[in-house]
Write a protein that binds this ligand. Structure first.
Ligand code: ADP
Ligand code: MG
Length: 478
């Protein structure tokens, strides 16, 4: 029997506000425990939450970016449960009336075709605190700095059909929230994490199977691995005559497996009800229009523009638009050189990204700024150096040895275009390889590569490849 995988993701994005969602305490990461939790975050009796207007603005931006409805009226609700990191005994969230509903986005499916994934809703809520066990002897600590940090929880329709698609969807959301500047998306710091709901059904069956929910996945790699493990587990279970039970599971990355955390029967009844301390959020139509007017160019639109305007490959356009900073860098280089835009794209996606990765740098901190890379590509374009030598020049530029022109000058890397100089080397190579010359003349055309290689070796890669080819062919055919 063949099985179809069904996945829905719940993504928690931390919104990049300076202060918390219902208090003035700072949201800055990494402070001493409990130095950024005020009485509101601690849930002291008598305190009142006040909604941070910025989170409404950010949620509206997200809603518009994914073609969703931004609700004219949404309501905060209390989700009641007891846990040490939640001193109030309830989390303020949105339940029946979320701020964003009915969105969508598009990813490439397994065949590379465009695939729509529905976004059921996105709602605002506060984060809880954090339990600390490390370094504490026989006791646990609570750090409430996180308590009250604003989150946007983005819930997808069960439209996703593979672990790869789930990752593509999550990456797309990640790109969008960073484009909008509403979240830093930092996964190590917990600003972007997801719960994956996974089920399987026999191919062709309409009804969904029972799902398990894998909690708190904080890397793209873990999302893919956890889903793949879970799918295998469920299929094996069913094929062995068992039944999947609805439950919450945890992914153990060390063992690469998911484990049951609690079953549906043990699940909390959250007793949601509207929070009496907060007014409903009412959003006027003109506010929504003003937010729409300030939206930046979004990843899909930018990608399409790059393909049309610069005539670069779609895959490269996709890579170049994963962040606004990378896209801006590419455009700055393209504007500053006459070199072909595809060459620019190749260099940004290739050499530059490689160097950044190796040194763990963001593009904003690149050792080679856009204008400098443009200078290098211009020298390829005007045939001062070959693409191969350019890689050597780039390495020197990266190491801080100066501009492209300075490196080329200091190291004498200018391309040899003087035909008499090239002819002299060609003659030498022909003379040194009589065997190959005879074979070539007897019809073994492929040997041209060997001769080109020899000439390049003699000239340390500096001879103009076009000329080398031409001169070699002329001399060998005599
Ligand atoms: P809950 O609030 O209990 O987590 P929801 O109905 O809001 O449940 O669904 C949460 C997520 O689970 C959504 O992303 C949804 O698409 C997904 N989902 C629902 N049913 C299934 C299923 N049978 N298989 C996989 N995912 C599912
Ligand atoms: Mg859930």
């Amino acid at each position: 029997m063949s099985w179809e995988v069904v996945i829905g993701l719940e993504i928690h994005t931390q919104l990049a506000t300076k202060s918390k969602i219902f208090s003035g305490a700072s949201t800055a990461y990494g402070a001493e425990p409990n130095t950024q939790a005020c009485l509101v975050d601690l849930g002291y009796p008598g305190v009142l939450p006040v909604l941070n207007k910025e989170v409404v603005h950010m949620a509206a931006m997200f809603g518009l970016a994914v073609n969703a409805t931004v609700a004219p009226r949404s309501v905060f609700a209390r989700k009641n449960y007891f846990y040490p990191d939640l001193p109030k005994g309830y989390q303020i969230s949105q339940y029946e009336l979320p701020i964003v509903e009915h969105g969508e986005l598009f990813v490439s499916d397994a065949e590379g075709k465009e695939k729509r994934i529905g976004i059921t809703r996105a709602h605002l809520e506060e984060d809880a605190g954090k339990s600390i066990h490390e370094g504490l002897d026989k006791s646990s600590g609570i750090d409430l700095n996180r308590a009250g940090t604003p989150l946007l929880e983005i819930v997808s329709e069960p439209d996703i059909r593979s672990a790869k698609e789930a990752v593509a969807y999550m990456r797309k959301i990640h790109t969008i929230v960073r484009y909008l500047g509403i979240s830093d998306g930092n996964m190590q710091e917990g600003s972007f994490r997801c719960d994956a709901n996974v089920s399987v059904r026999p191919q062709g069956q309409e009804a969904f199977g029972t799902r398990a929910e894998i909690k708190n996945l904080n890397s793209f790699r873990f999302v893919e691995k956890a889903i793949n493990f879970e799918v295998e587990r469920q299929i094996e279970l069913i094929e062995d005559g068992g039944k999947v039970v609805q439950e919450t599971r945890l992914y153990d990355s060390d063992k690469d497996e998911t484990r049951s955390m609690r079953s549906k029967e043990e699940a909390n009844d959250y007793r949601y009800f509207p929070d009496p301390d907060l007014l409903p959020v009412e959003i006027a139509a003109d506010f929504i229009e003003s937010v729409r007017a300030e939206l930046p160019e979004l990843p899909d639109a930018k990608q399409q523009r790059f393909v049309e305007e610069y005539e670069i490959k779609k895959d490269d356009a996709a890579l170049l638009t994963t962040s606004r900073a990378v896209a801006a860098y590419f455009e700055a280089v393209a504007a500053a050189t006459d070199a072909n835009a595809q060459l620019v794209a190749n260099w940004v996606v290739g050499e530059l990204s490689g160097a950044l990765n190796k040194d763990g740098l963001e593009i904003g901190d690149s050792n080679v700024p856009a204008a400098e890379l443009a200078g290098l590509l211009t020298r390829i374009h005007d045939h001062t150096i070959s693409g191969k030598i350019a890689k050597q020049v780039f390495e020197a530029m990266w190491a801080g040895d100066g501009s492209a022109d300075e490196v080329i000058e200091a190291r004498g890397l200018k391309q040899i275009t003087d035909s008499s100089a090239i002819e002299a080397v060609v003659d030498k190579v022909i003379e040194a390889n009589p065997g190959q010359v005879a074979e070539y003349r007897a019809g073994k055309d492929k040997l041209i590569g060997f001769f080109v290689g020899q000439v390049m070796k003699e000239t340390k890669g500096q001879a103009n490849p076009g000329q080398v080819n031409q001169i070699l062919k002329a001399k060998l055919s005599v």
